[in-house]
Design a protein around this ligand. Structure first.
Ligand code: TRP
Length: 381
């Protein structure tokens, strides 16, 4: 049976937040523990991070460790998943160089995620007068991402929704490569979160995306006090002024987070949160909480208290593991070094297949003899 292989990863530009967790990390851990996959590769994409941080290598270097700590504390297990650093697998850049020829500038320009990111980063299409143009490496990163995915013959790429255009482009490259050079690369499939609240978790301010630059993140490594401060300040329903007012659940960030984090057991475990001085409620499902909020009478502080308990229920074990790992940094680097060595072996095999398919493997065993024979024949005629 064909092997089932996962590849996914993150740019090390900051610590991971709960948007990364529900959008991808939690699922990876489940997939890892499901035993359904033959191999799992988790990549810290430092080379990709450098495409728009060329002048800030220190930030990228520092965050490699932060991301690795977040991975291991969230439950990725180096015995089951190969965790590695992108830049240490130089075969990836070689693959990228060959794939570059299969993609047009116009196709890259149509990539919606890249388009959006160019606007967000303030890259201008005119780089005169000291304005920041778009770095070529940044513009082309979807191609390098195709190299990441295909180098490991990944069948499954679990990522957030914003990465869908990258997987789409990868699929086009695979198709093009295989039709030009013969069946070589494996066609990957995207695996999106199954809960719609997790597709793109909004920021604590209700803005569409949780992102470090917007300052609206709850980090996996935030302590309980920080989480409570952030939850207290969260955006809810601006029309829900009095506790007795009917409230809106849609577009209410507290409920979106509950959709993403709530488990059935939480209603008994944290029943206390709904016992108030003026009114008390007993709920057995999130739908019941929502119904009461819509009717009115359920205050924002009560649901924020509940959300805080729910969040900490997930975050506390992650925090505890992080604390331990922070005391064992050499171990973390050892995981990364060994993972990178392993990843390199796999990528080298694919690169060799690619070169053979492209007939640029001149000095491979047997190939040279054939080449010599053919050329000799030509010159002896
Ligand atoms: N672009 C991804 C991010 O921004 C990181 C990444 C790089 C990636 N290469 C990948 C994800 C390959 C999945 C597959 O987080």
């Amino acid at each position: 049976m064909a092997k089932k292989i996962i590849l996914t990863g993150d740019r090390p530009t900051g610590r991971l937040h709960i948007g990364h967790y529900v959008g991808s990390l939690r699922r990876r851990v489940e997939l890892q523990n499901s035993g359904e996959f033959d191999r799992i590769f988790i990549m810290i994409a430092d080379a990709q991070a450098l495409t728009d941080n060329a002048d800030n290598p220190g930030k990228v270097r520092e965050n490699i460790l932060e991301v690795a700590l977040d991975y291991l504390s969230a439950g990725l297990d180096p015995e089951k998943s190969t965790i590695f650093i992108q830049s240490q697998v130089s075969e990836l850049t070689e693959l990228t160089f060959f794939y570059n020829n299969l993609v047009t500038v116009q196709r890259l320009q149509r990539n919606p995620t890249v388009k959006q990111e160019i606007v967000m980063r303030g890259f201008s299409d005119d780089d005169s007068d000291n304005k920041a143009g778009t770095p070529v490496g940044f513009f082309c990163y979807p191609i390098s991402q195709a190299a990441d995915i295909t180098a490991f013959k990944a069948t499954t790429v679990p990522v957030g929704e914003d990465q869908a255009p990258m997987i789409e482009q990868t699929r086009e490259i695979v198709h093009k490569f295989n039709s030009v050079y013969g069946e070589t690369l494996v066609m990957p499939e995207i695996l999106l979160p199954d809960n719609s609240a997790c597709l793109r978790l909004p920021g604590t301010d209700g803005k569409a995306k949780m992102s470090k630059s917007l300052g609206n993140c709850i980090y996996l490594s935030d302590d309980a006090e920080t989480v409570w401060t952030k939850v207290k300040g969260m955006y809810t329903d601006p029309e829900h002024l009095q506790v007795s007012d009917p409230g809106h659940v849609e577009g209410n960030t507290v409920f979106t987070y509950l959709d993403a984090f709530c488990k059935p057991g939480h209603f008994t475990k944290f029943a206390d949160c709904f016992v108030g001085r003026k009114s008390s409620f007993t709920f057995s499902s999130l739908d019941e909480v929502k119904e009461q909020y819509r009717k009115g009478g359920l205050g924002d502080m009560m649901i924020k208290n509940f959300l805080n308990a729910v969040l900490n229920d997930t975050l506390e074990p992650i925090r505890a593991r992080r604390k331990e790992l922070e005391q064992n940094i050499p171990y973390v680097y050892d995981v990364l070094r060994k993972g990178s060595e392993e990843a390199r072996k796999v990528a080298a095999q694919t690169l060799s297949d690619v070169k053979a398919a492209m007939k640029i493997n001149y000095f491979d065993k047997g190939v040279l003899d054939e080449l010599i024979a053919a050329q000799q024949k030509k010159y002896s005629e």
